[in-house]
Design a protein around this ligand. Structure first.
Ligand code: PLP
Length: 425
């Protein structure tokens, strides 16, 4: 019998605990480096200008614009047919089609040969979960393990545990070089039992900010192929990492070119700033071959059933925004500019932070700050140093020494560098 008395208290999510402590802190120079969302140079959330434009159009769904306070001039377009009905189970077709092209490339052999099943999900988390639930349902017994990088996004562990996939890890981050432990990674993947699932971050690895080079990706693909493993890409930062959509999707596209059967979880939280709107997609790419179409229809039917039982149908608003931008040449260009604004500011902050750390003659080397990419940086600071930074300097970051580059800006970078320097000395 179920009894509430048997439910133990779960540990608080460490990130949310950190956020609460930061909010309570009344010190005027406090800095939040835990946050996993973009901030502008004034530490404020940033609505992408292109999203602002399109979002306003959508907000008027069902509103009599002429008799409202909304300035008609502000509107790019008005769609009288827009309503709040349910989306189809697989989501908005124009959104999933555009999403497929965005991550795989419009000229991808898999897209051309219609070997991709795409389904709209509850952002990237929902896509990772749907992929995990799907694999778990159809993997042979005994269930192969999913190998994830050590470390990885903390939620990966929880999501794949929830769908009962056995979890293993491969070495990823070298605390010595603060770069990729490539030999360790390759060695573990080479000796993994055949047919394992290999979880890979497409770009801007969270939490380390360390990505393989293209040559290293080629070697990874070779090892994954030799082991008949199944690659599972988590793509949460396309365009946000380098500012170049194709560059950030290079690894995924390379694996597809190599003829892998694979899947991709795609998030639009960071690159569109649509965090709370939960826009994302899950793509399953079937291997080339005469049976590809049959495989596509079988997999699509199973994903639809799974989706129906889990969320029925996905949320519309964020997907509509992304879809309008992805499917309009001019808006797409504006979006690319916005991506450059965000990634450019982060890259500048990496430079400024490293320069300041070196200027203050902080012990150790700091080149990894500029070598790493994306939202996060693994600083190499110890748990004890993280504690001092919080207690003495009011600078908040996760215990593993990960900082969100988006939390740095021209007003606080010198203060943070000075505090880190004093703490390390
Ligand atoms: N995967 C990784 C590696 C992430 O860092 C994140 C967000 O932090 C996600 C997936 C999913 O994010 P969301 O569910 O907000 O799209």
């Amino acid at each position: 019998m179920f009894t509430a008395d048997n439910v133990p208290r779960a540990a608080e999510d460490p990130l949310f605990g950190l956020m609460a402590a930061y909010k309570k802190d009344t010190f005027d120079k406090k800095v939040d480096l835990g946050i996993g969302a973009y901030r502008d140079d004034n530490a404020k959330p940033w609505v992408l200008p292109v999203v602002k434009k399109v979002g306003l159009v959508l907000l008027t769904a069902g509103v009599d614009v002429a008799n409202s306070d909304i300035q008609a001039d502000d509107l790019l377009r008005k769609d009288p047919d827009l309503n709040h009905e349910y989306l189809p189970i697989a989501g908005l077709a124009e959104f999933t089609t555009a999403s497929q092209k965005l991550v795989l490339g419009a000229d991808s052999p898999a897209v051309r040969e219609k070997r991709v099943i795409s389904i709209q999900t509850v952002s990237g988390t929902g896509a990772v979960h749907l992929g995990g639930a799907f694999l778990s349902k159809f993997l042979p017994q005994p269930t192969p393990a999913i190998y994830m990088s050590s470390p990885t996004w903390a939620n990966h562990n929880q999501i794949f545990t929830n769908v009962r996939l056995p979890i293993k890890s491969y070495p990823y981050f070298s605390s010595e070089t603060k770069m990729l432990d490539f030999e360790g990674m390759i060695s573990t993947l080479s000796s993994a039992p055949k047919g394992s699932i290999i979880l890979l971050h497409a770009c801007a690895h969270n939490p380390t900010g360390v990505d393989p080079t293209q040559d290293q990706w080629m070697k990874i693909a070779e090892v994954v192929k030799a082991g008949s493993h199944f690659p599972f890409f988590d793509c949460a930062y396309q365009g946000f990492a380098s500012g170049d959509l194709a560059k950030d999707a290079w690894a995924v596209r390379y694996f597809v070119e190599q003829g892998f059967e694979l899947c991709v979880a795609q998030s639009y939280a960071k690159n569109f700033g649509l965090y709370g709107e939960r826009a994302g997609a899950f793509h399953f790419v079937t291997a080339p071959g005469p049976d590809a179409q049959d495989t596509v229809s079988r997999i699509a039917s199973q994903l639809a059933i799974l989706q129906r039982s889990e969320i029925s149908n996905p949320p519309a608003y964020g997907a509509r925004i992304a879809s309008m931008i992805l499917n309009d040449e001019n808006l797409f260009k504006e979006w690319e500019r916005d991506l450059k604004t965000m990634s450019g500011r982060i890259i500048e902050m990496r430079k400024a932070f490293r320069d300041k750390l070196e200027e203050f003659q902080t012990p150790g080397t700091w080149n990894h700050i500029t070598n790493q990419i994306g939202m996060f940086s693994f600083t190499g600071l110890t748990e004890k140093q993280v504690g001092i930074l919080k207690e003495k300097w009011h600078i908040y970051m996760t215990k593993n020494g990960r900082i969100s580059m988006a939390g740095l800006n021209t007003h606080n970078v010198a203060y943070v560098a000075e505090s880190v320097s004093a703490t390390v000395k």
